[in-house]
Design a protein around this ligand. Structure first.
Ligand SMILES: [Ca+2]
Ligand SMILES: [Ca+2]
Length: 348
């Protein structure tokens, strides 16, 4: 019995060896690891799964510096194409932690108006531009698209506050607002409609969701945690903001405020949350419809309204109009040479 088992086992082993040898001899298959398989079947290899790829926001070339331009010069020294490149200078954004605050002004505040009814408003986390949108940022859009603003296409031009004479001036537009500007000055004479076209273009170029801030967001950052009429205290001061004469509506250079008209963005001290020119320089468009009694519209971004809220005051404003609670409003196609905008984004 024992020997029978031994013989059977040996037979199986020999048969197996024979079949394997036969199979290897006949099998033409070579496995990925270089071996030849039993019965032409390669051993299973666990396929490693590729890591998921998350698309990052596209980086967008910034304003060309001298080195870029030198690198693209032709052998004869002429410019090799820098001016033809389309560059975008994206707005520098600051993260703002959301929260609740008292929006509007207390009845004790001097020069307050009836539409500043004080109430609690809450905002979510968001990002907002450190500065107002500059001429050079807007110029990149125009250069890329050939866009003409409403001041240019309407035949009426831009509303002017120069010399206290109010009214549309045909020859005024963002390129010629009636005073000298450099690339770093805030763009003016842009309507709400113009801002939407700029935003559409910028979002397409950058794949980011820029938008105008709501009225509540604008007051939240203008206050920056303070409850006084101005973020620096109770009294208006040309040391902290670019604004005008005590009586509406003419520019004034006084003290640290060296500008009769617009100042380069960021010329004054930042407010406690690191934002510049929330008071003065140019009025800023919001995305919220204007309601005299608020009614919650201050927290909403509307599609199209007859009038939207405008905030912050300008180079031509009197002290009353650069208070954090001051409200103004503009028609969607309105454009003034003391009005611009800054952008924000939801915090995703
Ligand atoms: Ca001024
Ligand atoms: Ca401003």
């Amino acid at each position: 019995m024992y020997w029978q088992k031994v013989i059977l086992t040996l037979t199986i082993i020999l048969l197996n060896f024979y079949l394997t040898a036969q199979a290897m001899e006949q099998c033409p298959t070579v496995c990925p690891d270089g071996s030849r398989p039993y019965f032409c079947v390669c051993p299973k290899v666990e396929q490693s799964r590729p890591h998921p790829v998350y698309s990052k926001p596209k980086s967008v070339p910034n304003t060309p510096d001298a080195e870029d331009c030198n690198a693209s010069r032709r052998p004869d020294g002429s410019d090799g194409g820098c001016p033809q490149k389309s560059y975008i200078s994206e707005p520098e954004m600051v993260f703002i932690k959301g929260g609740c605050f008292m929006m509007g002004s207390p009845e004790s505040e001097a020069d307050r108006r009836n539409d500043e009814q004080q109430h609690q408003a809450c905002v979510n986390d968001f990002y907002i531009g450190k500065y107002e949108i500059t001429r050079s940022q807007f110029a990149a859009f125009v250069q890329d698209t050939g866009y003409k603003t409403e001041a240019q296409t309407s035949g009426k031009g831009c509303w002017s506050y120069i010399g206290g004479k109010l009214g549309y001036k045909k020859e005024f537009n963002w390129l010629n607002p009636g005073f000298n500007q450099t690339d770093e000055h805030p763009v003016v004479c842009v309507s709400w409609n113009d801002t939407q076209r700029y935003i559409q273009w910028l979002n397409k170029k950058t794949t980011r969701p820029y938008r105008l801030p709501t009225e509540a967001e604008l007051e939240y950052v203008a206050r920056a945690g303070t409850t006084t009429p101005y973020w620096w205290g109770n009294i208006a001061s040309h040391d902290y903001a670019n604004y005008g004469m005590d009586l509406c509506c003419e520019g004034l250079a006084s003290g640290k405020d060296l500008w009769e008209y617009t100042a380069p963005v960021g010329s004054f001290t930042a407010n406690p949350w690191g934002l510049y020119d929330t008071a003065g320089n140019v009025w800023e468009w919001s995305c919220s419809g204007y309601r005299e009694n608020y009614t919650g519209a201050e927290n909403m971004c509307v599609g199209r309204e007859k009038k939207t809220d405008v905030r912050g005051g300008s180079w031509g404003s009197d002290p009353q109009n650069i208070r954090a609670a001051t409200r103004n409003r503009g028609y969607l196609n309105g454009r003034n040479n003391d009005q611009g905008f800054r952008l924000c984004q939801d915090s995703l």
